[in-house]
Design a protein around this ligand. Structure first.
Ligand SMILES: [Zn+2]
Length: 283
């Protein structure tokens, strides 16, 4: 499933593929639409448009367009959405959700096998501060909070820190994979009540989040973006590695369920908090 760094790679590819070209035609077959957009109106608004530099907030992207109908294309990739590019005339990929035929002879496709992706239309002003328009917390790549600022956002929250970090209104961009990875790097147990994180812990966690993002961001081939769940090689330290040795202490990585999601940790490197809080916030 794409999280912040995978979405950021797609954003960078889109910037390279779209900017300075004109959309000659747009085919829209969305699985989900963000109101009030309709597929027909979206296709009409995109046809003849000139895309600008895409912006990202958390896992959301907006592609601002100028031309007959200024505004922005909104895209959330869901679980399996991905952007690819082909030359006009080459075979159409399966599971197309959106195709943009460009003036440079390429077609940029959004495909989505599981159809959880979402398209929409934003007015120009909404794309300028996408995070605010969507009610997101600070973006963990471009608006990284200071450690004290992170503690402020976690204050009073009794739920386990992993669940709180995945709440996009608290901080934007962490999903199940990168939250587990960052907590392992920072030696923090996923069930630690979020309000109990201390300043050194916040410092370590913020560093760890950047380190886990870099694993993906530094591995960009400029075209495709791989998702681990779909069979790509697993570059992560503990995610998806239950029973395998922890890369740090060589003890076995454990998996357990937290808030309905599988989480991975090293019980030796990430000792359980003295007060364990359940996903419902009860001791
Ligand atoms: Zn370990």
């Amino acid at each position: 499933m794409p999280e912040l760094p995978e979405v950021e790679l797609h954003r960078r590819h889109l910037e390279r593929w779209l900017v300075d070209h004109t959309v000659m035609s747009a085919t829209v077959q969305p699985a989900r639409l963000r109101p009030p957009a309709s597929a027909g109106a979206l296709g009409e608004a995109l046809t003849g448009s000139r895309p600008g530099v895409p912006v990202r907030a958390g896992k959301h992207v907006a592609v601002p367009v100028s031309g007959p109908r200024p505004g922005a294309l909104y895209v959330h990739l869901g679980m399996t959405g991905r952007w690819t590019r082909r030359r006009r005339g080459e075979a159409e990929p399966r599971f197309r959700v959106l195709s943009l035929t460009l003036s440079d002879g390429h077609v940029v496709d959004l495909t989505d096998a599981r159809r959880f992706s979402c398209l929409g239309w934003l007015e120009s002003g909404e794309a300028v501060d996408l995070g605010a328009a969507l009610g997101l917390g600070p973006d963990l790549l471009t608006q990284v909070p200071f450690p004290a600022g992170l503690l402020g956002r976690l204050a009073g929250r009794r739920r386990g820190i992993k669940e709180v970090l995945m709440d996009q209104a608290v901080v934007a961009g962490l999903g199940n994979i990168h939250a587990a990875e960052a907590l392992w790097r920072a030696r923090i147990h996923p069930s630690l009540p979020a309000r109990d994180l201390d300043l050194p812990g916040a410092r370590a966690l913020l560093r760890a989040i950047q380190a886990t993002f870099r694993v993906v961001l530094d591995d960009d081939d400029g075209e495709g973006v791989a998702y681990v769940e779909e069979g790509a090689p697993n570059p992560f330290k503990v995610y998806g590695r239950a029973g395998r040795p922890c890369p740090r202490c060589h003890g076995p990585v454990a998996r357990y369920s937290q808030g309905g999601r599988s989480t991975y940790l090293c019980p030796a490197c990430q000792p359980a908090p003295t007060t364990t809080v359940t996903s419902q916030g009860r001791p």
